[in-house]
Design a protein around this ligand. Sequence first.
Ligand SMILES: C[S@@+](CC[C@H](N)C(=O)[O-])C[C@H]1O[C@@H](n2cnc3c(N)ncnc32)[C@H](O)[C@@H]1O
Length: 294
Amino acid sequence: MPTGQEIKEEVRKRYGEAAKKAQASESGGCCGDESLEESAISSTLYATDELQHLPPEAVVASLGCGNPVAVAALSEGESVLDLGSGGGIDVLLSARRVGPRGKAYGLDMTDEMLDLARENARKAGVSNVQFLKGEMEAVPLPNDEVDVIISNCVVNLSPDKDAVLREAFRVLKPGGRLAIADILTHGVLPKAVEESMKAWTGCIAGALTEADYGSKLAAAGFENIEIESFREYTAEDAECGGLGDAAKEIAGKGSLGIFSGVVRATKPGGEAKAARDEALPVVAAGDDQPGRCC
Ligand SMILES: C[S@@+](CC[C@H](N)C(=O)[O-])C[C@H]1O[C@@H](n2cnc3c(N)ncnc32)[C@H](O)[C@@H]1O
């Protein structure tokens, strides 16, 4: 097994390259390009009217597996933190929702992604955003700072998810809420997938089971924990995702037991406001939709 540090370095390298590709505005279908689109996960996640205010580079750079902003129920004046903000798509969407009295932070550990996100914010003309360099296992913000934590297909990449969830809890205000899109599993993954570094950086091998995710959230102090699947993945998705030998091992299996889900929870205290579905995209297993993925 790779060490936590090796995983982080590989993740950083991969997303540094992805940022450079997005800056060059390269695009393509999930199976049509070997690097940026090599992940197993791909779907169209945002409504067209949400995207029309964004610079095309921010949309091209989207590498998520869900739409956390659509389920975070953001209100004007709130503060939001996006863990692993990438090219900034969810930060820019959040900034619009919370308005000039609110604030949207993006946190990312990859310099190239931060450069891309800052450039996208400049192009979008938004001033209520701030992109921070750092790791989600040690968030560079004080305690009780934000109303909402969002994240899109990033927590699964962390070798220390307990630390990530503890940090999310720490920086949330009492009564604050968490709305995360992530890759999860219904059970244990095939060993070859688990051991594949490429699979890890493609969001699969680091995925927790629903039960483990729930236990870790509860251990961090969260309550009102809800986990909902909105897309189940198939062996074809894995092949498309370039998992190499790991894909061969799982070939022929209809459903992989891997899914995109929405994870919601609240920090006790204050006046808790539940995250709710606004437009949770429901995608059937095997749907071949164009889009970016982890
Ligand atoms: C799959 S991309 C998702 C980007 C963005 N959330 C989106 O939906 O387009 C993962 C991002 O998380 C960042 N990342 C991965 N692990 C991280 C960590 N431990 N701390 C901070 N950022 C991290 C990567 O640099 C990359 O930009």
